[in-house]
Structures are given as structure tokens and as C-alpha cells.
Design a protein around this ligand. Structure first.
Ligand code: SF4
Ligand code: SF4
Length: 392
């Protein structure tokens, strides 16, 4: 695998201006120049000149710099500010994948993730050793409330995602209540839905995702005859919408984030919020939905339709929104720093005057709540689908 050589142009385009450094949440945490995007580019360029990208043995690679490459939440802020338009988050993924392919050991947390996701009896990143129920594959569809009618002739496949299927089932229940309220003919894949692969693609461990998981998930959606896939997870959304077609060349259905889909249903007059939700809420843009996939307006439009809800904007919003710290496999490897990044974001929400944070991503919900707890701040983060469900 020598394609990492393609990044030469990126490495030599860098002006070392440092715009990316001042906006990088990982650099804020670790503080060394080598942790910043600029520092990583500089280091890679110099190492390249010394033959780093040639077919070297594992021991020739510098371990501490290797780990530094994982000091990154995949937030995409460096892409956003780089004025020579280097697609830095792609560079990080390429280099990580190349190094792992050269035999470098994954970080311990990422190795565990890989073991679980590639385990044919799990296919998801979670593990619950005390759960008497050993059949995790079957469990993936077991959250669905008794009596729920799945369509025999569905228009939509709801891709639940690992977090909602295995840990935050209330989000999956809220999502299907919204679809039911608009009489959407939908189905789920249950145990046929495998992890979308996002955490492994971000950490250089996505070889089997590319070889097997992407095609499997596409086939499972396709064989249900649907034309639309809806997911309420920002990470699954970016992965299925952007990475899947890049990997296999096609997706035979339209991919929607639930916030886009709800807005579509509202515009088609199939969904209306009737109950009041009297809160001053601050909206947090998930990086994978906002900066990466450019979905900024639809979730805001949806929230503005909820009676009683006053929507506030943090100073860092939309393209310049601050990351919550959870993405890119960062939380599992560096939880302390991930929660500190979240605490910083929660402080911003409090200073904005919100009494609640709303975001359309389960991962952001978990980490922002952890950040609030760590900072001793009395403010909760709810997922957009929870708020919409309450307003139906
Ligand atoms: S993607 Fe985000 S965390 Fe990673 S290097 Fe760029 S700015 Fe830093
Ligand atoms: S913003 Fe772009 S050009 Fe400037 S230091 Fe970062 S990578 Fe280099």
C-alpha cells in the first residue's frame, strides 16, 4: 500500500501559516507543536525526506509521533481554515491506515474496538460482559417496542446505528415515533445491520470495513426494496453518505440524516409539532453532520418549528462550531482530554444563556453530558429526536 505517497502535494503545499493550529481542539489539549495540524504536516514532510514513506520496517517508525497522529477528533476544523485547501482530515486517515498496514500496533482502545466490530458475534463496538444475554447480534433489533409495525412494503430503511441500538435505545424509540407520527412506511435491518464502520475508518483500521461491511450494509438495505435510508447518528450519516460511495462507487438509495428527513416531512405537511417545549436551547453542530456533510440549516429549521422553543446560537457555530471532543476514536483512546474539550463547549453554551443543549448526534450527547459533569455545570444535552418526540 503505497498510496500515501499521494499526499506529497499536500505536504509541500503547506505554508506553515498556523491557522489550523489555533483552531485545533486536540492541540489545545496536548500543547506540543507536533500535536497541531501544522506540526504534523511539518513532521511528515521532513520524515518523508528521510525515507519515511518507503517500505520501512515497523521499528523504524517513531512511536511517539505515531501516537501523536491519533491526537485528533476528526473534527475537520483544520480543513475548514486551511487557505490552501489541504484536505487534512483525509491526510490523517491515509497516514494512519498506511502505518497500521505497515505493522504499527493500533492504540489499545482502538484495538479493542476493532476486535468487537470484526467479531462475527458482535459486529458492533460495545461489549457487556455482565449481560446474561449473549446473543448480541439478535439483541441489535430487540430494542424495538412490542407491537411496533414494520412495513412489508417500506419506503424507508431506518439505519439505527450501534449507539442507539445497543446503549441509547430511547433514541431509536424516539426516532420511530417521529416516523410513525408522519405515517412513514419504514423498516429496520435488526441483526442484519452491522456497524457502519466509522470508528475504524477514522483510526486506520478500516480494511475489512472496505472489503466487507460497506457492501454488506448496502446489500441489506437494497434487498428491502427501499429508496431512502434514514439515520439519526451523525457519524453513520457521514460514513454512509460520503465514505460508502467513495469505497464501492455507488449507493442505490438516498441517504438522509433524521434532521433532514424531519424537515422534509414538515415541508410536505406530513408532520407537525403540537406540544409546547418551553426552553431556551443552544444548538450544537456535530462535526460529522455540519462541517463534514454541510447540514446546518435543516436541524435549526426543525427546532424553530417547535412551539415555545427559543433557539440560541453559540459564538462558534455552523462551519466554525467547536468540536465536542468525542469523534474519530479520540474518546476511547483519550477520554480525559475528550471530556475537557466537551467541558469547554458546554461552558460556551452556558455563557450563551441556554438552559439546555440540543444536538442531533448520540455521541455528542454522551460527551457533552460528561463534559458538563466534569465542569460542574448544571446543563443537560438532549438529542434532537428526544425534543421532537416530546413536541409531537
Ligand atoms: S481534524 Fe480537528 S482535531 Fe484533527 S487535526 Fe484537524 S483540527 Fe485538529
Ligand atoms: S492552515 Fe493549511 S497552510 Fe496553514 S499551516 Fe495549516 S495546513 Fe499549513
Amino acid at each position: 500500500m503505497d498510496k500515501v505517497a499521494d499526499i506529497d502535494l499536500d505536504l509541500y503545499s503547506c505554508l506553515q501559516c498556523g491557522y489550523c493550529k489555533t483552531t485545533c481542539p486536540a492541540y489545545d489539549q496536548f500543547g506540543w507543536e507536533a500535536d497541531s495540524p501544522r506540526g504534523k504536516i511539518f513532521f511528515l514532510k521532513r520524515m518523508g525526506e528521510r525515507g519515511f514513506f518507503e517500505n520501512r520496517k515497523k521499528r523504524d517508525h517513531d512511536q511517539s509521533f505515531y501516537e501523536t497522529l491519533f491526537h485528533c477528533t476528526s473534527c475537520g476544523m483544520c480543513d475548514e481554515v486551511c487557505h490552501v485547501e489541504i484536505k487534512l482530515s483525509d491526510v490523517w486517515e491515509e497516514v494512519k491506515e498506511w502505518l497500521v498496514g505497515r505493522g504499527m500496533d493500533p492504540l489499545p482502545g482502538h484495538k479493542e474496538l476493532m476486535k468487537r466490530i470484526y467479531d462475527p458475534n458482535k459486529r458492533n463496538p460495545f461489549f457487556d460482559p455482565n449481560d446474561p444475554e449473549k446473543d448480541f447480534l439478535d439483541k441489535r433489533g430487540r430494542w424495538i417496542p412490542e407491537g411496533t409495525k414494520l412495513s412489508d412494503n417500506p419506503d424507508v430503511a431506518y439505519f439505527v446505528g450501534c449507539t442507539a441500538a445497543h446503549r441509547m435505545q430511547f433514541l431509536a424509540e424516539a426516532t420511530i415515533k417521529i416516523l410513525q407520527a408522519a405515517d412513514v412506511e419504514f423498516t429496520i435491518m435488526g441483526p442484519d445491520e452491522w456497524c457502519c464502520g466509522s470508528p475504524l475508518l477514522r483510526t486506520g483500521l478500516g480494511d475489512k470495513v472496505k472489503e466487507e461491511y460497506v457492501q454488506h450494509n448496502i446489500n441489506e438495505v437494497e434487498r428491502r426494496g427501499v429508496k431512502e435510508l434514514v439515520t439519526a447518528c451523525a457519524g453513520c450519516f457521514k460514513t454512509i453518505k460520503e465514505n460508502y460511495p467513495a469505497i464501492v462507487g455507488y449507493t442505490p438509495f438516498d441517504v438522509y440524516h433524521i434532521s433532514e428527513y424531519i424537515w422534509k416531512l414538515i415541508q410536505e405537511k406530513k408532520l407537525k409539532f403540537t406540544k409546547e417545549f418551553n426552553k431556551k436551547a443552544v444548538y450544537h453542530d456535530p462535526c460529522h453532520l455540519g462541517r463534514h456533510a454541510k447540514v446546518f440549516d435543516d436541524p435549526r429549521n426543525v427546532l424553530k418549528k417547535i412551539p415555545g422553543l427559543e433557539l440560541l446560537e453559540m459564538p462558534r457555530n455552523r462551519e466554525r462550531a467547536r468540536c465536542c471532543g468525542a469523534g474519530g476514536g479520540f474518546k476511547i483512546a483519550f477520554n480525559e482530554q475528550a471530556e475537557d474539550i466537551a467541558a469547554d463547549r458546554v461552558r460556551e453554551a452556558v455563557e450563551t444563556g441556554g438552559d439546555l443543549i440540543i444536538t442531533p448526534c448520540p455521541f455528542c450527547v454522551v460527551n457533552l453530558n460528561a463534559g458538563a459533569k466534569k465542569a460542574g455545570l448544571d446543563i443537560k444535552t438532549l438529542d434532537l429526536v428526544q425534543v421532537c418526540e416530546q413536541a409531537l
